[in-house]
Design a protein around this ligand. Structure first.
Ligand SMILES: [Ca+2]
Ligand SMILES: [Ca+2]
Ligand SMILES: [Ca+2]
Length: 398
């Protein structure tokens, strides 16, 4: 990590020694779209995952590996966070504490087997009132295998969560398990309802501005062509011309009662090659709702936020998507923040905003989550480079 040289007198050092001096720079080689500025606003958290802001601008960051949610404060208002303290701690890393959302004074958080909410009632910055709303007996989980990150959305009195596939592409009747589905509950945990099905691994659900529409990005299957490509083990030298480019990652508009194809139908109504002889393939195709937008295969579209601000020209209503980069393509793909352009409620184009892949080979970061800050900037976490970045529109340079 490149650090600016800090020259401080001893007295200054003693005065500020309790405050973390945040001086990390963006790694050389990270590409940023013209007119935008990328800065590091936090670099002390190891493996930051998902983020939420409260009404006072406190940034909450989940750290799965440490079973914590950290509260980050920008005490001097310069946009970077010099105070990082635990808000929630002591959770089992295996419980995959990831999804966070702030609503009505509570920080809601999702784990593999629980959805809970927490509040700091005595102003010491740490949660002292924690209520489990849904526990292992209430929350559909299947077993603790496969995709273990539970999406979380609180919207209009309902809690939504997604329970991912227990494997890569599990072929079982749709109603045989509670997996591959979005479930909803009343905010007190009662009234469990199936919302949507045929979804492989959607880690975040968001509402499109001005609507009640629920959207998310779905990681699609790995190794789709391996049987045809003769591959027997990961990263063999035999090549994978089909798998490298298929199937695409999806941006979906999830609607109640709809089916999104997984595992039998991928992308825009293409059969999953693993199930080309499946007797029910056409039945599933006729049921499938296709993605609103598709992204590069194996880019690992991990999370998204809809832009509600007015600081990015024509940005209101566009979706920003983090593509973390995956393991299953021969050439590296993803490792970027992309902007999906919307018009009349539907996507029509995609722009790369930040690229953490240098010369197609060197990985300088793996963006994990993105959210919009009230000042109209975009925050993105990087759980591999261990940074939180801010993307700001600064105007076109001519
Ligand atoms: Ca600051
Ligand atoms: Ca407290
Ligand atoms: Ca799909």
């Amino acid at each position: 990590m490149k650090k600016r040289t800090l020259i401080v007198s001893l007295s200054t050092f003693l005065m500020v020694s309790s405050i973390q001096v945040n001086a990390a720079e963006v790694p050389d080689g990270v590409w940023v779209r013209d007119g935008y500025e990328l800065t590091v606003v936090e670099d002390t958290i190891k493996k930051p995952r998902f983020m939420a802001l409260d009404k006072d601008g406190v940034l909450y960051v989940s750290v799965i590996a440490e079973g914590k949610i950290l509260a980050c404060r920008d005490k001097d208002g310069d946009g970077s966070y010099e105070s990082v303290t635990p808000f929630i701690e002591g959770k089992d890393p295996k419980s995959r504490l990831q999804g966070v959302q702030f609503r009505n004074g509570w920080l809601y958080f999702a784990q593999l087997n629980a959805i809970s909410r927490a509040k700091d009632t005595n102003g010491d910055g740490k949660a002292d009132k924690v209520q489990e709303i849904l526990g292992a007996g209430d929350l559909p989980t299947g077993k603790a295998t496969g995709h273990r990150w539970r999406a979380l959305l609180i919207h209009k009195g309902r809690i939504y969560t997604h329970v991912g596939d227990q494997g890569n592409a599990t072929d079982e009747p749709i109603d045989a398990s509670e997996r591959k589905k979005i479930w909803s509950f009343a905010v007190d945990g009662s009234d469990k309802k199936l919302f949507a099905s045929g979804i492989r691994n959607t880690e975040k659900l968001v509402v499109r501005p001005g609507t009640d529409e629920i959207w998310g990005v779905d990681h699609d299957v790995d190794m789709m062509g391996w049987e045809m490509e003769g591959k027997r083990e990961r990263n063999s030298e035999e090549g994978q011309p089909i798998t490298d480019h298929n199937p695409p990652a999806e941006l979906n508009h999830y609607e109640e009662g709809k089916f999104y194809g997984h595992p039998w139908i991928v992308g825009k109504m293409m059969p999953n090659l693993m199930f080309i002889d499946h007797p029910d393939l056409m039945k599933y195709a006729r049921m499938t709702t296709i993605p609103e937008w598709t992204m590069a295969a194996h880019c690992s579209a991990n999370s998204l936020t809809f832009y509600r601000g007015n600081k990015i020209p024509k940005g209101h209503g566009d979706a920003f998507v983090v593509q973390k980069g995956g393991w299953n393509a021969t050439q590296k793909v993803g490792y970027c923040l992309s902007r999906i352009l919307f018009e009349d409620g539907h996507p029509y184009g995609e722009q790369k905003m930040v690229n953490f892949l240098k010369d197609g080979e060197e990985v300088l970061g793996r963006p994990t989550d993105c959210i919009q800050a009230p000042d109209g900037t975009i925050l993105l976490s990087d759980d591999t480079g261990n940074r939180i970045y801010r993307l700001r529109y600064v105007g076109k340079k001519n």
